[in-house]
Ligand binder design. Sequence first.
Ligand code: FAD
Ligand code: SF4
Ligand code: SF4
Ligand code: SF4
Length: 429
Amino acid sequence: MTSTSAKRLIPEHLCARCGACVPACPHGVLALDAELFPFYARESACTECRRCLAVCPGVAVDFRAPAADRADVHPLLGAYRDVWQACSRDAAIRERASSGGAVTALISEGLRAGALDAVLAVTMRPGDPTRAAYAVLTDPAEAERSGQAKYQIAHLAEVLPEIRRHERVAVVGLPCHIHALRKFEALEPDLGRCIAVRLGTFCNGVCEREGTLYLLRRLGVRPESVRHLEYRRGPWPGVLWVEHDGGAPVAIRRDVYGALLYLYLAERCLYCIDLTAEQADLSFGDAKWANARGDGRWSHLIVRTQRGAEFLARIGSGLELRSAAPADIVREQAYQFDFKKRRAFLRLRHRRPVPEYALVEATAPSGGRLREALFMGAYRSRRIIRAGLAAVPPGLLWWLSRRLFGRIRRHPPDSSGVSSPAGPVAPGG
Ligand SMILES: Cc1cc2nc3c(=O)[nH]c(=O)nc-3n(C[C@H](O)[C@H](O)[C@H](O)COP(=O)(O)OP(=O)(O)OC[C@H]3O[C@@H](n4cnc5c(N)ncnc54)[C@H](O)[C@@H]3O)c2cc1C
Ligand code: SF4
Ligand code: SF4
Ligand code: SF4
């Protein structure tokens, strides 16, 4: 249901659109609108119990909270026990993943070995392949197909209540999903007892679904005609790959379309200070340098909790591991840490209200002001930039993107198997 006039639960810029507040309400007061913002659908039934706000990661996150069973605390990575690079031993899983397929390998093996009886993970919605959505996966083969990042907001509202129907559930999510989950578990410990492990992926920001629809429009593809969409298909870093009824598949390199998607960055991400899913049991990121070197395909893996370490020891036989250090991640993701651990604090100074963060150590940002001013100038002008780009013919847009950010892939990724006889069409011809 869409409701732009209905009263929203919290200010838009605070809301991560995780959906946790909806099932937290015992009276069915809240619903999500078309943009996934919660609003009062039945305000008269509200008893002001504030359970919705108790689970909300948009208004507050206590970064000290589940640190009790952890070993070291790194100022940028949070608490951790071990740091590895990991990849699935199964080539098909690696090929189908964002990085090394470590997440997919663990959830599919967990289901196969009986250590898990369900996984909450994000897939493209059956029947609407342009929409990312959480699903409850119980079949290892289904879990194997769930890999890859989907650059869209996905909410937990429908799947959270499903956790109670199972006994050993893994939840995969972005840092804000894991914050919401932790808060939900604190509110409803019986639900928490059904959670076997929390798997968080790194996240430097997510985009409105409109960003994907924009790319489709510029590719000349009608969203209704899309049969299959993947964001990271083929050799790392992969391409946005679209199969549709209107002709041959189309593809754009990740490094070209990623920059355009930034024009659709969700506002809450500006005020988010968690890059590496600090409240997860196991966190996974893209080992970009290793992957760019063509050194196989690898995920960063941060083991944070006893529970994470035990899960890895029990289920990790499908992973190849090589040792790594926090400094490897910090050097490689310098831009992302600057965005989240320094410049986000500059943004927080100039916005009201802001989320309440209880931190292990107070952060005192310095530097980065010029970069930040340029970034925020572009972000605030994003609607004007989008309107300007709308006037740029597709061919010129891709040429500019290619010159500035990469080049458009004119050939199908090696792992294809579904490309049309004519092969994919380069955007704009
Ligand atoms: C929006 C977004 C931003 C990211 N930003 C960074 C970054 O800045 N730096 C970095 O190193 N890594 C980032 N990642 C993580 C990276 O893309 C990989 O997910 C990570 O390296 C793990 O790779 P893998 O091959 O082990 O995972 P895979 O085996 O490919 O599994 C990926 C898992 O991610 C989950 N997932 C996909 N999309 C979403 C979504 N929208 N919401 C919630 N869960 C989702 C799926 O359920 C799937 O199980 C980001 C991911 C996303 C979705
Ligand atoms: S305050 Fe309580 S009753 Fe009202 S919307 Fe929130 S959870 Fe529901
Ligand atoms: S719980 Fe999630 S969806 Fe609900 S208000 Fe908070 S951030 Fe937004
Ligand atoms: S940056 Fe990522 S984790 Fe943070 S609010 Fe945005 S989507 Fe959630």
